[in-house]
Design a binder for this molecule. Structure first.
Ligand code: TYD
Ligand code: MG
Length: 462
């Protein structure tokens, strides 16, 4: 822990109104907000930009055509999907933030990447959370060993800085566990996290060191200190998935060196994290087409389209209010779609408990999954399974009409690749998908009621 007795090099600034105080205050005396005072470094006066006089460092405006740029030097990480998400490899001298829930596999992923990089260059793994022997144990479990991979168990940023070598790769595990002596607040506080990240950024750019920084996601779902780090980083990746399921999605949220739409699919095995290239089959079950209540939708996630199965279960309400439970699908969306089915198609759900789950722990947030949810619910209500070779997508409005969705042709193409024989889609998307007509049967629908007919479902009173 940093000591509390030192020269006042920091001040506390209110994040709401900018009021400054030499000591921490629970309530800002100026704007009256609670818990907004955050510690910041007081920079020496000569570093502050001045408007008077011309400083010798003054930058000059340059015509666009005169500006040259360097091609990014990219290094392969050894994990295909990781490279894809980064935009084709690791850019030297960049700052990559890897965020995710605790226990999701961030340390495992970066240990593997470090071990691969250590085959050709020096890598430093700064483990501020676990002891060196714990990291070594993980490496043994993963079957990794290298003399080029150095471990450092240190939490003080100033001490870490002395161990850095120009041009190397450094993993910082995690940014919430390290602190700088310049600030008196505890490690993990907004001020510390922001100051440490800013310091690492300056080191990265001046010494061409590539940093991978691990950040834990807080309860609210953002990286510690609400998004305080994202603007400093070159690339921000989120590692997602459910702990019980083995599948993990790596999502680029920001990438200065590539597309921020990329998604990587991984599987957590007992020998570490592996890229999954045939990801479509992951989110489909074997009981598809046999059991009632499941429907498949091509879902667009990042730059890829994946076929995902939605399963529903309808049970008679034993007493009181009917229950609605959703996993991987927005709860409100489920409630709205149940209401649409009740009102527009006459399927009663008022005395049934409804459970819904998107397979493989994936989160479906697109509006295009609406129609597949309706199909799965109607199939469960009629106790008739939906044909195994049918995929469904489309957005459902409150009046029961179908709205067109984006990337319709990409979705149909994915269905063809995954081996589906027919796709039920909004009529308004037909034009874009006409080109696939000879490869797959396209069934356009305008209203939800037509979907029930197209699937030959006969919803009955539960
Ligand atoms: P870890 O990388 O420590 O998570 P994080 O750094 O994000 O907190 O991973 C922890 C989980 O991963 C733990 O529950 C064990 C599991 N795991 C495997 O399933 N296989 C492996 O090869 C390893 C090393 C870990
Ligand atoms: Mg960890």
């Amino acid at each position: 822990m940093p000591s509390k007795t030192k020269a006042p090099t920091s001040q506390f600034v209110c994040s709401e109104c900018g009021y400054t105080a030499p000591k921490w205050l629970g309530k800002c005396p100026d704007c009256g907000n609670f818990n907004t005072m955050q510690e910041e470094l007081v920079r020496p006066a000569e570093q502050a930009p001045t408007r008077t006089g011309v400083s010798p460092m003054k930058a000059k405006a340059v015509p666009l055509s005169k500006i040259g740029y360097e091609k990014f030097d990219r290094v392969k990480s050894g994990i295909g999907e990781f490279d894809t998400v980064l935009g084709g490899g690791i850019v030297r001298g960049s700052l990559v933030l890897l965020g995710g829930d605790p226990g999701i596999g961030k340390s495992t992923l970066l240990t593997q990447v470090s071990a691969h990089l250590a085959q050709t260059c020096k890598v430093l793994y700064v483990s501020a959370e676990e002891s060196c022997s714990q990291v070594k144990m993980r490496c043994e479990r993963l079957g990794l060993s290298s003399d080029n991979l150095l471990l450092l168990n240190e939490t003080c940023l100033e001490d870490i800085e002395t161990e850095l070598v120009d041009g190397q790769f450094v993993v910082v595990d995690s940014v919430q566990a390290i602190y700088t002596e310049a600030l008196s607040s505890a490690a993990g506080s907004v001020g510390q996290v922001r100051e440490c990240a800013a310091r690492l950024m300056r080191i990265a750019k001046s010494r061409n060191i590539t940093f991978f920084i691990i950040g834990h996601v807080t309860k609210e779902g953002s990286l510690a200190g609400p998004k305080v780090l994202e603007h400093i980083m070159d690339t921000v990746l989120y590692f997602e998935g459910q702990q019980e399921d083995n599948f993990r999605l790596l999502r680029a949220v920001k990438n200065r060196f590539g597309s921020a739409q990329e998604v990587g699919v991984f599987e957590m095995t007992d020998t570490g994290i592996q890229s999954v290239s045939d990801y479509s089959a992951l989110f489909l079950s074997d009981t598809r087409g046999v059991a009632a209540g499941s429907a498949v939708t091509p879902s667009e996630s990042g730059n890829r389209c994946m076929s995902v199965e939605i399963q529903t279960l309808i049970a008679k309400t034993a007493y009181g209010m009917p229950r609605r439970m959703s996993l991987g699908v927005d709860y409100n969306k489920l409630v709205v779609l149940i209401a649409v089915l009740e009102k527009r198609c006459g399927i009663p759900f008022y005395n049934s408990d409804v459970y819904i789950n998107a397979m493989g722990g994936i989160k479906l947030s697109e509006p295009s999954v609406d129609l597949a949810i309706c199909a799965a619910l109607a199939s469960a209500a009629s106790d008739i399974p939906i044909d195994k070779y049918t995929a469904i997508f489309g957005e459902v409005g409150l009046t029961g009409e179908l709205r067109p969705v984006n990337y319709a042709d990409k979705r149909v193409n994915e269905c063809i690749k995954t081996g589906f024989k027919r796709v039920i889609l909004p009529a308004k998307n037909m034009k874009a998908c006409k080109k696939y007509e000879d490869k797959i049967e396209l069934i356009p629908v305008q209203y939800v009621t037509q979907l029930i007919k197209a699937l030959h479902l006969r919803p009955q009173q539960p």
